[in-house]
Write a protein that binds this ligand. Structure first.
Ligand code: CP
Length: 304
């Protein structure tokens, strides 16, 4: 069975096929009738073991716009609370003739674990601090849409790289598509594995912004932090927060991105988040088309 567990497993050709397919679906969802009958016989379960707004709704809309049947599962209101294991939970859901599973889970490796132990197609909707492959895809798709291509573009990912699954999926996607990638943040929030990925590391935000075409601003993930190793939010904001003053002082116009949810006034000020240079809501819009493409291509692979 084929899965989307991480961008690491994909080739450049796989990503380009997803983007071409997403281009067609983007046209579909901009029409008055936003649905296609492609997956009328497919049932998809969205399993969320961790909170989500964008990813959960985006997957559900993508599935419904492909005419799939959809069931939603939220761990907090399920029998997981009574001690049922992940594998038992999923096998019970699969017994109800479910063809595909979209899963968000707090543990890194959860999607791979599930893909190896159940007989279903698994799409990773974020596994702890590991990967968030559809976010990596929609971010690169949004850069391609705004700048014409990803190849040769300079992208800096700013902030809490250590606790971010978005960072790793972005790094893999952008590198595979030929972009130059840099991460920027305090030493305490840059993981050691960065040295193995062949990307630039910068601790000064101004220098990073002077270098890049695109700045992807990440949220500080307070829920995953050990607060004593971390600069205070105020210090972080003063050194790494993106505000209009820095943006306007650059001698070029860069594109500003954020995967959401935003902590306004911490990693980005409202005037930047809502500015003409920001493509934050276009990222969210593109998420539906990209997820339609991923589901459609995987359904074809499993013969549905
Ligand atoms: N970008 C993202 O994954 O947002 P949610 O956590 O709201 O799904």
């Amino acid at each position: 069975v084929d899965h989307l567990v991480g961008i690491r497993d994909l080739t450049r050709q796989d990503i380009e096929l997803i983007f071409k397919t997403a281009d067609s679906f983007k046209e579909v969802i901009n029409r008055p009738i936003k649905k296609v009958p492609s997956l009328r016989d497919i049932t998809i379960a969205n399993l969320f073991f961790e909170n989500s707004t964008r990813t959960r709704l985006s997957f559900e809309l993508a599935e419904k716009r492909l005419s799939a049947d959809v069931v939603n599962f939220s761990a907090s209101s399920s029998s997981v609370k009574k001690g049922e294991t992940l594998i038992d939970t999923v096998n019970n859901i699969l017994s109800m003739k479910v063809d595909m599973v979209v899963m968000r889970h707090p543990n890194p490796g959860a999607a791979k674990f599930l893909s190896e132990r159940t007989n279903t197609c698994v799409i990773n909707a974020g596994d702890g601090t590991h990967e968030h492959p559809t976010q990596g895809l929609l971010d690169a798709f949004s850069i391609r849409e705004r700048l014409g291509s990803v190849e040769g573009k300079k992208v800096v990912i700013v902030g809490d790289i250590l606790h971010s699954r978005v960072a790793l999926s972005n790094i893999y996607t952008l590198q595979k598509l030929g972009a130059e990638v840099m991460v920027c943040g305090p030493t305490t929030l840059i993981p050691k594995y960065i040295d193995t990925l062949g990307i630039k590391v910068e601790h000064n935000l101004r220098r990073a912004l002077e270098w890049c075409d695109v700045a992807n601003m990440l949220r500080i993930q307070l829920e995953r932090q050990d607060i004593q190793y971390f600069p205070s939010l105020r210090e972080y904001s003063m050194q790494y927060g993106l505000n209009k003053e820095i943006l306007d002082s650059l001698d070029k116009e860069i594109i500003v991105m954020h995967p959401g949810p935003i902590n306004r006034g911490v990693e980005i000020t409202s005037d930047v988040a809502d500015s003409r240079q920001s493509i934050i809501l276009q990222q969210v819009e593109n998420g539906v088309a990209v997820r339609m493409a991923v589901i459609y291509l995987l359904a074809a692979k499993i013969g549905r």
